[in-house]
Design a protein around this ligand. Structure first.
Ligand SMILES: NC(=O)c1ccc[n+]([C@@H]2O[C@H](COP(=O)([O-])OP(=O)(O)OC[C@H]3O[C@@H](n4cnc5c(N)ncnc54)[C@H](O)[C@@H]3O)[C@@H](O)[C@H]2O)c1
Length: 338
């Protein structure tokens, strides 16, 4: 495919859509937006002088020939439906994380991409955090040797107001669970850095959000990986008043590394035999939503990757299969602990 400027549409014009729109206009063209709330669709459309639509079917059919990619930024529970609809109409799709909230939905999305012969990209922007990229390289090049164990800590704050001001966050059917909406990026990194998970034991509880969310606000897990490594996952949205930490510590036979900060953005510790992670570029700041913060804002790199794939045959940073693996692992955790 040799396109001059990749042309995008966005479905779901809420908080994260604005970030998508800003990166789209920097790197491509925003053609059209769609939201059941027409005010929101128009607000995001104005960022790129795009047309705004409130019905997905007309948005998809009327923009044929004018749009190449649809960015799906709707609630988690609609990702499969919206992705499949866009693929069926011949568009490539960039789907926000989590890919979907069931393995079955992910399977249908991958099948449709194959059937339509279109590309399916999944947003996993934490892979682009400089210390995370450096750790991946160190592991892949064998500098840590065999990986023995790992500890993943996700200590964030999401208060009642966060859930009360959303019509889908905290609802099982549209949100799926805390691992889907808050921490699926982190689960993706477990898979990307360490490997697939064989078995899980653990507990989940809803301690402080009984009136606002339909699932756990806290979980503690012990994990066994396919490659023999073992690990722990400790996550909560009850960190007092604010986000505290998003960290991963890896213990290998030749080295120990901890990446921490609030968003897996700082190399906090390294002790590796005959190797040093050095000269890390400054990372991006976190996505700031006013009353709360999210993951690192690396969506520019997500779009850069997508455009390179569509225009120069680059390699997809996170494809549908890898998006599915995250959902599969979360499903495994929930099926054992809920
Ligand atoms: N990668 C990241 O760091 C990151 C950060 C935040 C959110 N997200 C993901 O992005 C998605 C959106 O999250 P958000 O925080 O922007 O949510 P949001 O509630 O602010 O926005 C969702 C939008 O989708 C619209 N919508 C609902 N049903 C629709 C339909 N049938 N057709 C068209 N539009 C519809 C809503 O009106 C709303 O404007 C979620 O999947 C979330 O997990 C990713």
């Amino acid at each position: 495919m040799n396109l001059q400027k990749v042309r995008f549409g966005i479905i779901g014009c809420g908080r994260i859509a604005e970030r998508h729109a800003r990166h789209i206009i920097n790197q491509g063209q925003l053609t059209a937006t769609c939201d059941i709330d027409s005010v929101r669709a128009k607000a995001i459309a104005t960022i790129g002088e795009a047309t705004a639509w409130s019905d997905i079917n007309t948005f998809l059919s009327e923009n044929k020939g004018k749009m190449d990619v649809v960015s799906v930024c709707s609630p988690n529970g609609l990702h499969a439906e919206h992705t499949i609809a866009a693929l069926k109409q011949g568009y490539h799709v960039l789907c926000e994380k989590p890919m979907a909230i069931s393995v079955e939905e992910c399977g249908r999305m991958i099948n449709e991409a194959e059937h339509a012969n279109r590309r399916l990209f999944i947003v996993k922007q934490n892979r682009f955090n400089p210390p995370v990229e450096a750790l991946k390289k160190a592991i892949d090049e064998g500098h840590l040797g065999r990986i023995f164990s790992v500890q993943l800590s996700c200590f964030w704050n999401r208060n009642d107001q966060y859930y009360q001001t959303s019509d889908w966050k905290g609802k099982k059917k549209m949100d799926g669970g805390t691992l889907f909406t808050q921490f699926s990026h982190f689960i993706d990194l477990l898979y990307w850095l360490i490997g697939d998970i064989k078995s899980v034991k653990g507990f989940t509880r809803n301690f402080a959000h009984q009136d606002t969310i339909e699932f756990e606000d806290t979980g503690v897990m012990a994990l066994k990986f396919d490659n023999g490594a073992i690990g722990t996952l400790n996550y909560t949205v009850n960190s007092h008043q604010k986000n505290m930490e998003g960290s991963i510590t890896v213990f290998g036979e030749k080295g120990t590394v901890k990446i921490g900060g609030q968003y897996l953005n700082e190399l906090e510790y390294q002790n590796i035999r005959n190797y040093r992670i050095d000269h890390l570029p400054r990372g991006a700041v976190a996505n700031d939503y006013g009353t709360y913060q999210g993951s690192m804002s690396n969506h520019d790199k997500v779009y850069k990757n997508l455009i390179s794939v569509l225009t120069r045959e680059g390699v997809i940073a996170t494809n549908g299969f890898e998006g599915l693996k995250t959902v599969e692992i979360i499903d495994k955790i929930y099926s054992k602990t809920r």
